[in-house]
Design a protein around this ligand. Structure first.
Ligand code: GTP
Ligand code: SPV
Ligand code: MN
Length: 592
């Protein structure tokens, strides 16, 4: 194909976009080019085509109308952090937290893979907007891909099509994302980011965060870098509204690493006693949060996404009824198992036994889990019963509290509060968590995952922490900062805290701290509630559980702070002095 066979006239007058599309077509040599308009007709045609070629398998039409199963290549089931690069001119701008390649080298390497890769295939051009179309906080991009599965997922996950294109034409700037599934060979796979160019190139994977470029690649890696120069924050956070019985809603943003409970917390159903009193929970976002200071000095947040790409295993009527209700129709399931009547199934859903596992083999327990541990559902956020009426508000929602948390089997209590913003930034910067199936590699290994952004920060963490610190300005009304751990385990290896809906008890305490009503005791690591400061009525906790969840263990924290000091030291002189000072202040208090 050559530039002469582009559709004429092209559907946009934006020269920069047409030129880029022509350039990519020249490189990748597609059979044809389809500009996506985001319409129902387009979606229906794509899903019909994928159903015909086996990319999508229809599910039980009575129980799950308009829903499909997609089985990805067994070697392509999660993000690939070791193949993900952040390509600044200077390595130190990417920082020790990223894999780095010089931009020229990275372009050469990945362009060689793109050469002719779309021969015989359709190249889709997807204009999309991250955030409400009419919000000043939103940012647009265009993804070019040869995967109809990516197009269908982008339709559910973003505001995609004509309205986005109109905004792009008005603004003139957009993030350029080029994607091809390629041969799905893990040895010919790269996810490359060029923050200075606002561009992304992804080759050789069709899965989730590797391929839906609006999500982690744009809305976190590129956006975090852009946010630094523009004075805002792009974070791996859910946004949830908690409405108390008086009808006041507090919005909380929470950063937990991948597969550590964001979707669940964002859709929480209050325990019965809370519901009866009138508590309500509203979902604004389940994975990504963009926020910036408003005129009143508070941080205002939007969810740049329009759908959920949620972890299936563990999702049930008990753990997350809102998610389960959301995915009864118009949902794409990826790598789940199926039952004998062709319903999607995963571990933790219920006690039925599936007939086919995620690879389409007859299910045999000896083959491992029936659903892949990182199997997911893709669904429009609008289908969530708790979808917040404020989720589309162009000005965003004001944030009352920021929460950090990870999977920590030991030491870290259920909840504590940072004493001020600088301490809060340290709490975020020193987050640790056990790895999960959301990325390839070993599961259950404790690593530092600052602000849940280890895989997603598009620049040097030291600069990122400085940027966070810079929000502490005169006139700023910053949220309080907390740390939670839903994953504390007892000697028997069982979770000590019931989690899920009962997490509202902890959020209520936070809101009480914000309004100055809830009690706590000061410790060197921050303010901890006593068990009586939380409403624990109806929760049965052993004495051991109470001691572990609410206790402060000085010895263990000394070791933890040594580790934190070493971690900060790994960034050299770039690490802000204020964070070193904060770490030293607490380490000294722990020695007293
Ligand atoms: P990503 O989409 O990868 O960013 O994950 P996430 O942070 O949204 O995690 P999600 O809410 O999907 O939860 C991941 C897993 O943790 C699921 O298997 C949940 O059932 C489990 N989980 C979530 N919340 C809790 C909790 O409060 N307690 C316990 N024990 N498990 C939880
Ligand atoms: C995560 O891993 O944090 C996800 C899934 O939300 S992915 O889109 O693959 O990044
Ligand atoms: Mn995530």
């Amino acid at each position: 194909m050559n530039a002469n066979s582009l559709p004429s006239p092209p559907p946009t007058a934006l020269e920069a976009l047409n030129e880029w599309v022509a350039e990519v077509a020249l490189l990748t040599q597609p059979e044809r080019i389809q500009w996506c308009d985001g319409s129902d007709a387009e979606f229906d045609a794509l899903t019909a085509q994928m159903q015909a070629d086996g990319t999508l398998l229809p599910l039980n039409d009575k129980t799950h109308p308009g829903s499909w199963l997609h089985r990805s290549d067994p070697d392509d089931v999660a993000r690939v952090e070791h193949l993900t690069f952040v390509c600044h001119e200077r390595e130190e701008d990417a920082g020790p937290n990223n894999h780095w390649m010089a931009p020229a080298e990275a372009h050469a390497k990945i362009d060689a893979l793109f050469e002719g890769c779309m021969r015989g295939r359709t190249m889709y051009v997807i204009p999309y907007c991250m955030g409400p179309i009419d919000s000043a906080l939103s940012r647009c991009g265009v993804e070019i891909t040869d995967s109809p599965y990516v197009v269908a997922n982008m339709r559910l996950m973003t505001r995609m099509g004509a309205a986005a294109l109109a905004r792009i034409e008005r603004e003139g700037t957009f993030v350029r994302g080029l994607h091809s599934t390629g041969e799905l060979d893990p040895n010919r796979r790269y996810i490359m980011h060029f923050p200075a160019e606002l561009s992304i190139k992804s080759y050789g994977s069709g899965y989730g965060g590797n391929a839906l470029l609006g999500k982690k690649c744009h809305a976190l890696r590129i956006a975090s870098h852009q946010a630094r120069s523009e004075g805002w924050l792009a974070e791996h956070m859910l946004i949830v509204g908690i409405e108390n019985p008086q009808g006041e809603t507090h919005y909380i943003a929470a950063a937990f690493p991948s597969a550590c409970g964001k979707t669940n917390l964002s859709m929480l159903i209050p325990p019965d006693a809370y519901r009866e009193k009138g508590w309500k929970v509203w979902t604004v976002g389940d994975d990504i949060c963009w926020m910036r200071p408003g005129e009143d000095g508070r941080l205002y947040a939007i969810n740049p996404e329009a759908g959920y790409f949620g972890v299936a295993p563990g999702t049930s009527d008990k753990s997350n009824p809102n998610a389960l209700a959301s995915i009864q129709r118009n949902t794409i399931f990826t790598n789940v198992a199926v039952t004998d009547d062709n319903q999607p199934w995963w571990e933790g859903l219920d006690d039925r036994v599936p007939v086919k596992d995620w690879q389409g083999r007859d299910f045999q327990p000896g083959n491992g889990p029936a659903a892949h541990p990182n199997s997911r559902f893709t669904v429009s956020a609008k289908q969530c019963p708790s979808y917040s009426p404020q989720a589309e508000a162009p000005q965003g929602v004001p944030i009352s509290a920021i929460v950090f948390g990870g999977r920590r089997a030991s030491l870290v209590p259920l909840v504590f509060e940072a004493r001020d913003w600088t301490h809060g930034v340290l709490v975020g910067a020193s987050m640790g968590s056990e790895t999960t199936a959301a990325a390839t590699g070993q599961v259950g290994v404790m690593r530092r995952d600052p602000m849940a952004m280890k895989p997603f920060c598009g620049y040097n963490f030291a600069d990122y922490f400085s940027h966070w610190l810079s929000f502490d300005q005169p006139g700023a009304k910053l949220p309080k900062v907390f740390h939670v751990n839903w994953f504390r385990k007892g000697d028997d290896g069982q979770f000590l805290w019931p989690g899920f809906g009962d997490n509202l008890r902890v959020l209520e305490w936070m809101i009480g701290r914000v309004s100055g009503e809830a009690g706590a005791v000061d410790t060197p690591i921050g303010a901890l509630p006593r068990p009586e400061d939380l409403d624990l009525e109806g929760v049965s906790l052993s004495e051991e559980a109470v001691e572990e969840l609410f206790g402060f263990h000085r010895e263990g924290w000394r070791g933890e702070f040594d580790g934190i000091g070493e971690f900060l030291g790994g960034f050299g002189a770039r690490m802000p002095d204020a964070l070193h000072a904060e770490q030293q202040r607490i380490a000294a208090a722990l020695r007293d």
